[in-house]
Design a protein around this ligand. Sequence first.
Ligand code: 5AD
Ligand code: SF4
Length: 441
Amino acid sequence: MNKAKKLYLETFGCQMNVSDSEKIVTLMKGIGYQQTADPVEADLVLLNTCSIRATAEQRVYGHLGKFKSMKKHKPGLIIGVGGCVAQQEGERLLKKAPFVNLVFGTHNLHLLQKMVSGAEQGKQSIATDFLDDEKRFDLFPHAESEGGVSRFVTVMQGCDNFCAYCIVPHVRGREISRSADKVLEEVGALASAGVTEVTLLGQNVNSYGFNDPGAPDFADLLRMVARVEGIERLRFTTSHPKDISPRLIACFAEIGKLAPHIHLPAQSGSDAVLKQMNRGYTRAQYLDKVRALREACPEIQFTGDMIVGFPGEDEACFEQTMELIEEVRYADLFSFIYSARPGTKAAEFPDEVRRAEKQARLERLQAAQKKITLARNESFVGSVQRVLVEGPSSTGDALFGRTGGNRATVMNGDPALAGRLVEVRITQGLQTLLKGEVLDV
Ligand code: 5AD
Ligand code: SF4
């Protein structure tokens, strides 16, 4: 009897990797591998890696060590590394970890079936060439449309911004937008499979279509996707503040299905630091965009990313970041200590901020944001929010969903409501979630 081969896949990092991993599962199914959650069962281990910060990269090497010892007991085990570390390290990865059978970069998923089949015959392989052409979206199957409530749809990939600290343009290559027809086709298929919400995904979705002036821009795309029947709610991520256009801002006022939430990373509140970061906007310009978005959509919720300890960030610069978060009052903020990445511009800057100082700034920022988040969550108490029910809560005795503003919400209600947008009266605002009651449906 032919026993199904088993794939153990681990995904690190951002939503783009999660999305690539869905495709990897589909591709591996095509050559006979069933996914397993238990690494001990695996015939094939694939790591889809992230290199955004040194810590993320180190984790990959840590994990590889674990699989190296597994391979001692199971010599036939195939180990593959893909994603951003694979793209960046290439040959070096095979030198550091010779027990790895295959290394596939961010543009090379279409070669994966062949590479794994080769590894089954004992061949080691590596593929990290960039493929800067829209065809790269079509070279591999879409993730199987198993439905679900909320799904991501890639609309563009890569990044041309070269923020001084960021590895993404180096490991994901140049910006490429997917044609609107292809996006609509995928959204339509998801809607037919019962999906209620889609999140349009890209490293910088606001520059969708920039490389083709005749093509629809991101605001046009949003309007088209909003017309797809069955899709009740629409989101997008990530946005670059410099590319938020008045046309896009108008979408928040005019497209009823567009959720009132935007992830709008500022990265710093200091003009001097923003300039060194090559972000292309000032603090005042950032705040102008925030104001305009709030005017177009008063209930809009902001989330953001912030880096502390960037080279040249002195105490006064950091204070400006602290002031910015008080001014914007983010619903949530992801904050990180600056990590020098090889090959980026900022890696050449003298890294003047002491480690202990960086840590202290991060802690101050996070403590201040914690209070803002709690106050924001408490401010929803008594309001009625439209929540998309995703399924049972983690404890199993309630429902979990998200408000339009993307706040996690736990509420009582019938499990059959999964996939439905319901009205929920918020009764409690906690640090990480809201609690509420479903109103009559
Ligand atoms: N060091 C620290 N944080 C970084 N980010 C990107 N590059 C770095 C780096 N070198 C953060 C940014 C970005 C988020 C995804 O990760 O805040 O928005
Ligand atoms: Fe990195 Fe800047 Fe591109 Fe975002 S916009 S992926 S931070 S280079």
